[in-house]
Design a protein around this ligand. Structure first.
Ligand SMILES: [Mg+2]
Length: 381
């Protein structure tokens, strides 16, 4: 078994262009090979600037361990690698690094068996998965309006904004006044508020018919405050993209979230995702998987295969942007707010490896000003 890491900069192709374009251009792919059969997976490079930390874990530990101990089962890989690295944490870089390798092993195994990943997970119960358009952050509310109109034109009926506390209410108000109620709106706040501020926010935004408010509270694992908010919030609360362990997901469920949002490229891959879906199911809570909405479809396609086999998945986060056609063959089609799960063996999508050289990683400081960092520090030069 051979494990290869690819570090890429894939431009985030979206109009209107967002201030997150550059931050969301960093990607880490893994290819595992066994003879002529290959599988592909993706790690979500959180924080964007620390891709070397993820690649180092894969190249210096995961790859040699897999060959030395002949670990080929994705279930084993997730479980054993977490135990091997738990003193470095059961989250973040550790589970992110495991994710791409684990995913690639599912793709590889399905191809070896001549079937799809969805079939390995129990079989497709649907070919088309409801998806929502996840917009990047915009400085100008006018751009949010343009992007929302574009999403509707493309057939999406649900749009999620990533606006900061400074202009999210204005953006929602403008959408309702200028576009109306035909679009369903979710708001991703990226953890800016304390409990008191979050309470004020949900009360204010309630009049605009919001599907969910996502990660309203800092820090996102302040389950105590989250529970207090969930109890009184008139708007459903969603969270989970910054959880990594089953215990963490259970804490969110106990806090009373209405949507659980695990990310297959962060938590440790497909097998962990299946466990999280089982857990959510036991609480009768809907699963709305997180997916970074940029121009890379690899983790998204894995998520679609899971969603096609699991009815508990209600809706999947999706890009409004475009995928580079020279790099991806058979990327999912989106029509009428639904993404078609690619047919074929494995994940049914081919990465044109010879094209990867066209997307070399360009070094630069890439940071996302999440939480309440918006406007907090100025850049020199
Ligand atoms: Mg989010």
């Amino acid at each position: 078994m051979k494990v290869e890491v690819f570090k890429l900069s894939i431009p985030f192709l979206i109009y209107p262009e967002s201030e997150w374009t550059d931050s969301w251009a960093v990607h880490l792919y893994v290819k595992v090979s066994k003879g002529d059969v290959v599988g592909w997976g993706e790690t979500l490079v959180a924080g964007s600037g620390i891709i070397g930390a993820y690649s180092s874990v894969i190249e210096e530990l995961i790859s040699p361990v897999i060959s030395k101990f002949n670990l080929e089962s994705p279930w084993d890989v997730e479980n054993i690698l977490e135990k091997l690295m738990f003193t470095a944490g059961t989250c973040g870089v550790v589970t992110g690094a495991i994710s791409s390798v684990e995913m690639a092993l599912w793709d590889l195994r399905a191809k070896e068996l001549g079937t799809s990943v969805a079939n390995l997970l129990g079989g497709k119960i649907r070919d088309q998965i409801p998806v929502y358009a996840s917009l990047p952050r915009y400085s100008r509310v006018q751009d949010v309006i343009e992007a929302t109109k574009k999403a509707l034109e493309k057939g999406f009926s649900v749009v999620k904004l990533h606006q900061p506390p400074g202009n999210v209410l204005e953006a929602v108000k403008e959408i309702r006044e200028r576009i109306g109620n035909e679009v369903k709106l979710a708001l991703d706040l990226n953890a800016p508020f304390d409990l008191k501020e979050a309470r004020v926010f949900v009360e204010k935004v309630n009049r605009y018919e919001i599907e969910w408010v996502e990660e309203p509270i800092w820090p996102p694992n302040d389950y105590y405050s989250l529970e207090k908010l969930c109890r009184i919030s008139p708007v459903p609360v969603a969270a989970g993209e910054n959880e990594y362990t089953l215990h963490g997901f259970r804490n969110l469920l106990e806090a009373g979230v209405s949507y659980l949002q695990p990310d297959v490229a962060k938590i440790g891959g497909v097998s962990k995702m299946m466990k999280v879906i089982d857990l959510a199911s036991s609480y009768n809570v809907r699963v709305a998987p997180h997916d970074r909405p940029d121009s890379s479809p690899l983790a998204s396609v894995h998520t679609l295969h899971i969603a096609s086999a699991r009815p508990e998945v209600q809706v999947v986060e999706y890009t409004l942007g475009e995928y580079p056609a020279d790099l991806f063959h058979d990327a999912p089609l989106v029509r009428g707010g639904k993404a078609t799960v690619p047919d074929g063996k494995g994940i049914g999508m081919t990465i044109k490896e010879e094209m990867i050289k066209n997307y070399p990683l360009t070094p630069s400081l890439r940071i996302l000003k999440f939480s309440d960092l918006e406007g907090k520090f100025k850049e020199n030069g």
